[in-house]
Design a protein. Structure first.
Length: 260
């Protein structure tokens, strides 16, 4: 058993506070950190991708005092009753379950982040951040030696959605890879950077309609493995990190699979 405050301090230090910049990282889209405060004593922590009542029910059934997710809450846009938001908050409060969420902070993290973990899965070394819409959501990685595209696809296949999209428009021997999980498909103005940087493969979660022809013309390979599937990597890595740091606590993966 640990105190909730111990867990909160550990996660803040690991994911929110940037020691190099001496400031807190800011997420431009979603809330981060401790969202709902439950019991002070934590014996079991659940981990999942996206907050929802269905996931909260799994946490309750598993007897978790705390839950850590990648997607936490989208706050109501203005001061008006929001039934989904209230029901989610109400479930957690009623059952005394704490909720932590780490969105951009988990995508971009240099150790347990979704994108660093994707690169490591295919055997690439992360070398620099990849900026998407003004923030370093993704990572650029390099393989020590060129790998066949088919080999990389094989390493990813078991992790990806059944609705996987692959465009094999680039070199069959891959050296340089971008990983940007979730809704990380490039917009038109990003393509020249990818061409200039000699990117061989772009891995993300979802595809836009226009991506196919742009990648064909750029002669770059593209894999969209599913929003959910590409964002399992980071939260699972974080689960292992928490398990190692707090051996007195039980952790459990709460699967709520989504093919999107």
């Amino acid at each position: 058993m640990i105190r909730l405050e111990e867990l909160n301090k550990y996660l803040n230090k690991l994911l929110i506070y940037d020691r190099k910049l001496d400031l807190a990282r800011i997420d431009p889209y979603m809330t981060n950190g401790l969202m709902v405060k439950g019991r002070e004593e934590v014996r079991k922590i659940g981990f999942g991708v996206s907050a929802s009542v269905a996931l909260f029910e799994k946490a309750l059934d598993a007897k978790c005092e705390a839950l850590i997710v990648h997607h936490s809450f989208n706050m109501p846009a203005y001061n008006q009753y929001d039934e989904i938001f209230q029901n989610r908050i109400g479930f957690l409060v009623k059952n005394d379950i704490s909720l932590f969420g780490f969105h951009f902070l988990l995508d971009a993290h240099p150790e347990v982040g979704n994108n660093v973990q994707i690169l490591k899965t295919v055997g690439a070394n992360p070398v620099s951040g990849y900026f998407h819409r003004g923030n370093p959501w993704g990572w650029i990685g390099e393989l020590p030696n060129k790998n066949e595209l088919s080999s990389i696809e094989g390493k990813l296949k078991s992790y990806m959605s059944s609705r996987l999209i692959t465009y094999r428009f680039g070199p069959q021997s891959v050296k340089k890879v971008v990983a940007i999980s979730g809704k990380g498909s490039p917009i038109a103005s990003d393509m020249q950077f990818l061409i200039d940087e000699k990117i061989d493969l772009y891995i993300t979660g979802e595809a836009h309609e226009w991506n196919r022809e742009m990648f064909r013309e750029a002669k770059i390979n593209f894999i969209a493995g599913g929003h959910y599937a590409t964002e399992v990597f980071g939260i699972r890595a974080l689960m292992e990190k928490v398990k190692t740091h707090f051996p007195e606590v039980t952790v459990e993966w709460l699967e709520l699979k989504n093919d999107v």
